[in-house]
Design a protein around this ligand. Structure first.
Ligand code: SF4
Ligand code: MG
Length: 326
């Protein structure tokens, strides 16, 4: 079966302009040759530190940002080659949930109006059926009809994110791209919102791309996880493999920072030093070499390709040749 979403060689280069003539003096390679797929009903986690290109990738999938290069094939249709008009129509089936629900909800509009808007934009239903659907979806995300006439500021952070999720669901999308949907919430509220998202996934047969800066957050929700560093995916694997046997030194370092629930299990601590290099001037070869404890000569010269080293497990690192050592 074809995956629901297939991304090939996706790039976003932002020009750097200098001087009074605004000459282009270089490019920030925010996303640099990213490829992956997502199967129907699956959740793909995308994880990395801020500035790694994960949000830029998410936005390009919906063409909220135009890719510099690459292909995004959704449900058999190449979104990168369709007209803006057709893209607007396609957005009915791909929706986004944002990190800061407050910033993404119009403060002057009632919740009813906010939730009705995507239906109006896509010409779905009449006024009466739209209102009915709004009330139905308020209940589905754990709020009630009683909240419909209120304004965003009258809700807590967790409730606002429920509203953001309801808004994303209004058009019956197939794919939801959630960009750090729980990062701004308290830990106890995070779990509630994650549980809600998992329930909704089953109920509505949704496919998720779940973006986060922390491997801990996506652990239980993701079937597979991709780790990004400086615009590239450095490791992509089924969750069990990624968490149980991380291969890339960067993934290992990120996991060292995640608390382990079992105190008898001691994970080797890998500490990375130094800051993330500027994406405007990334290191040669493997861009992680300036922070990698395993750096070899080859690492500064040759860019490692993302290669499958065992079924369901790909890594971009010169430490791994044809086979993984078990
Ligand atoms: Fe470290 Fe080299 Fe692997 Fe890059 S390619 S992660 S520098 S060992
Ligand atoms: Mg971001």
């Amino acid at each position: 079966i074809e995956p629901l979403l297939k991304v090939e060689g996706l790039k976003k280069y932002f020009p750097i302009r200098k001087g009074i003539l605004s000459r282009v003096s270089g490019h920030v390679k925010a996303v640099d040759d990213v490829s992956f797929y997502v199967n129907k009903g699956e959740t793909l986690g995308i994880v990395g530190e801020s500035g790694c290109g994960k949000s830029t990738t998410g936005r390009m999938l919906m063409r909220l940002l135009e890719p510099t290069e690459g292909q995004v094939v959704f449900d058999g249709k190449d979104l990168t080659s369709i007209s803006n008009d057709d893209m607007r129509k396609a957005r009915r089936e791909i929706q986004m949930v944002f990190q800061d629900p407050y910033a993404s909800l119009n403060p002057r509009h009632t919740i009813e109006k906010i939730l009705e808007e995507p239906l109006i934009v896509h010409g779905i239903g009449d006024s009466k059926s739209r209102k009915k659907k709004v009330h139905e979806f308020l209940e589905i995300v754990g709020l009630s009809s009683y909240h419909a006439k209120r304004y965003p500021h009258q809700f807590s952070g967790g409730q606002r994110q429920r509203i953001g999720i309801a808004r994303a669901l209004m058009t019956n999308p197939k794919l939801i791209i959630a960009d750090e949907p729980v990062s701004a919430l308290d830990v106890s509220i995070q779990a509630q919102v994650l549980n809600l998202m998992q329930d909704l996934q089953k109920e509505f047969d949704l496919t998720y791309i779940f973006i986060a800066h922390d491997l801990g957050v996506v652990r239980h929700i993701s079937d597979r996880v991709g780790v990004m560093y400086l615009g590239k995916i450095v490791e992509l694997a089924e969750s069990e493999m990624l968490y149980g046997k991380p291969l890339h030194p960067y993934t290992q370092a990120l996991l060292s920072a995640v608390p382990v629930p079992d105190p008898n299990f001691v994970r080797e601590q890998i500490l990375i030093t130094g800051d993330i290099p500027s994406p405007a001037n990334p290191p040669s070869g493997c861009t992680f070499h300036t922070r990698c404890p395993y750096k070899m000569d080859v690492c500064t010269k040759i860019v490692p390709k993302l290669e499958e080293v065992e079924p369901g497990h790909s890594v971009a690192c010169h430490l791994y040749g044809d086979k993984v050592q078990h």
